[in-house]
Design a protein. Structure first.
Length: 121
C-alpha cells in the first residue's frame, strides 16, 4: 500500500468516525462547523470526501463534539463507551491513570506498563 493510499484510508476512517460522532451528539455537520468557527459546509464537504481538513480544524471539530482527536483515526473507535473511558482516564491524576491502565492490561493478560511511553515490561 502506498503512502497516498494509507493517507486516504486514514482520512476515510476519520470521515466515518466523524459521521458517528455527529450522530451520537444528535446534531448536524452545519452546526458543528459553525461552533468550530468553520464555514457552514466545511465539515459536510470533508465527510463527503470532497475536501480535506487541517489538523487545527479537526481539533476544533473534536472540541465541539467533546471527543478525543486520538480516536478519530482508529476504525470504529467512536463509541459511547470509548469516549467515556477516555474522558475518565483524562480526569485521573497520572498515578491513578497508570494503576487503571495496569489493571486493564492485567485483565487482558498483558503485563504492566514500563516507564517508557506505552512499552511493555
Amino acid at each position: 500500500m502506498t503512502n497516498e493510499n494509507t493517507q486516504d484510508a486514514i482520512l476515510d476512517i476519520a470521515r466515518q468516525n466523524l459521521r458517528v460522532a455527529v450522530a451520537l451528539q444528535t446534531t448536524n455537520f452545519s452546526d458543528v462547523a459553525r461552533k468550530a468557527g468553520l464555514s457552514r459546509n466545511a465539515v459536510q464537504q470533508f465527510v463527503a470526501g470532497n475536501t480535506s481538513i487541517s489538523y487545527a480544524n479537526m481539533l476544533a471539530v473534536c472540541q465541539v463534539l467533546n471527543i478525543p482527536i486520538g480516536l478519530m483515526h482508529r476504525p470504529d473507535a467512536i463509541t459511547p463507551g470509548n469516549i467515556r473511558v477516555h474522558r475518565a482516564l483524562e480526569a485521573l491524576p497520572d498515578h491513578m491513570a497508570r494503576q487503571a491502565l495496569d489493571a486493564a492490561r492485567s485483565v487482558l493478560g498483558q503485563g504492566p506498563l514500563d516507564e517508557t511511553l506505552g512499552g511493555a515490561t
